[in-house]
Design a protein around this ligand. Structure first.
Ligand code: PMP
Ligand code: GLN
Length: 381
């Protein structure tokens, strides 16, 4: 028999969640809130489930969700999106990423990726036959090396895959950096695939700015969002892609062979959620910011070198001098087995030659859970 392809590893999130379970650890590894999102959205889903129909919805998504996604793009970013031809609903941002890469990347095409990168990017690009070209943002301040980014673009560049706000660095790209990226895309006639699942989890009173709004980018950018993040319902796996019809059309064709659709009751409830008032969106960011601060203060007091966090669910920290092990992987093993706290090694977000002195903690947890984790770390260190 043919050998089974072994180039696909188990994701670090699953590995760490399993370890956390085995060791009864507080799980600050995989990124998910420990309180479900708004009751009224859950009720909208329950109603839609009972009322039905529970049959295949339209391939592009139920009309009310496509309209709600288009309206949200206008409300938050002033983007004018045609709900009929420029929105696709997917089973999570993960499926959206797969669809975009399958549709836009052909064998031999170069795809620019910024490390540290979300863990499905590299395997997806490689499986599509694409050639990943990696550049870095570097700790502790996660600045973008512009010269390296300029050098990464060539006449073979098909696209850049940009995660903004960025996991695991919690970085928000500056206006200058976005303009620099946009200029490179325009100069090299490249697409931008923008993973913006953390668009509403931006802190300190700031607002997200999509690359798509920059001059000349509307026609070459696809923007990916996730109801999992926006409504603290990560298990629902409802995502959406917004982009010009010329790109949405092939992406929808990829989608038809991947999942074809997403459960209709969840789509309808997400449409309801997207129409929630500004108070909801501000409250989401405000609550998460308080958790960020609680966790950052506690970790700093214990000697972790906590890096700045402008967005997302995550804090990254330097571990030097804490005696947790020689590498971030050893440190995470020590912490999950001996301290009873699961984190994620930041080196898992690199293709090779990763820095090994940083780990990531997820802070979207109840206060008592954050405090319990800090108490366990304190007792161990
Ligand atoms: N992109 C990034 C950067 C993520 O952190 C995640 C996971 N939370 C996803 C995509 C996947 O989102 P979803 O759960 O909607 O598939
Ligand atoms: N995005 C989540 C994280 O970074 C994980 C999602 C998953 O497990 N696939 O922790």
């Amino acid at each position: 028999t043919n050998p089974v392809f072994t180039g696909i590893d188990t994701t670090v999130f699953e590995t760490m969640s399993r370890l956390a379970m085995t060791h009864g650890a507080v799980n600050l590894g995989q990124g998910f809130p420990d309180v479900d999102g708004p009751e009224d959205i859950l009720q909208a889903a329950a109603r839609a489930l009972l009322e039905g129909p529970n049959q295949y919805p339209p391939m592009l998504g139920v009309p009310e969700l496509r309209q709600a996604v288009a309206d949200a793009n206008n409300r938050f970013y002033g983007l004018d999106i045609d709900p009929l031809n420029e929105v696709l609903v997917t089973s999570g941002a993960t499926e959206a990423l797969a669809d975009c890469i399958l549709a836009l990347v052909s064998p031999g095409d170069e795809v620019v990726l910024i490390e540290p990168l979300y863990d499905c990017y590299l395997p997806l690009v490689k499986r599509a036959g694409g050639v990943p070209v990696r550049v870095r943002v570097t700790p502790p301040d996660w600045n973008l090396d512009r010269q390296a980014l300029r050098n990464a673009f060539s006449d073979k560049t098909k696209a850049i895959l940009l995660n903004n706000p960025m996991n695991p660095t919690a970085k928000v790209f500056t206006e200058d950096e976005l303009q620099f990226i946009a200029d490179l895309c325009l100069r090299h006639d490249a697409y931008a695939i923008c993973d913006e699942v953390y668009e509403h989890l931006v802190f300190d009173g700031k607002a997200h700015r999509p690359l798509m709004v920059l001059e000349g980018m509307r026609e070459r950018t696809v923007r990916i969002g996730s109801a999992g993040k926006t409504f603290s319902l990560t298990g629902w796996k409802v995502g959406y892609v917004t982009g010009p019809a010329s790109l949405l059309d092939p992406i929808a064709k990829a989608h038809q062979w991947v999942t074809f659709t997403t459960p209709p009751a969840l789509q309808k409830a997400v449409a309801f959620g997207l129409r929630k008032d500004d108070g909801y969106y501000h409250g989401l960011a405000r609550d998460l910011m308080a958790k960020r601060d609680r966790m950052a203060q506690g970790l700093s007091a214990l000697g972790f070198a906590v890096l700045p966090c402008a967005a997302t669910y995550f804090l990254t920290c330097g571990i030097e001098g804490l005696g947790l092990g020689r590498t971030d992987i050893e440190a995470c093993e020590t912490l999950v087995r001996q301290a009873g706290v699961a984190a994620v090694p930041v080196s898992a977000f690199y293709g090779s030659d990763a820095p090994t002195g940083y780990i990531r903690f997820c802070f979207c947890k109840r206060e008592q859970v954050i405090d319990e984790a800090l108490a366990r770390l304190s007792a161990f260190l």
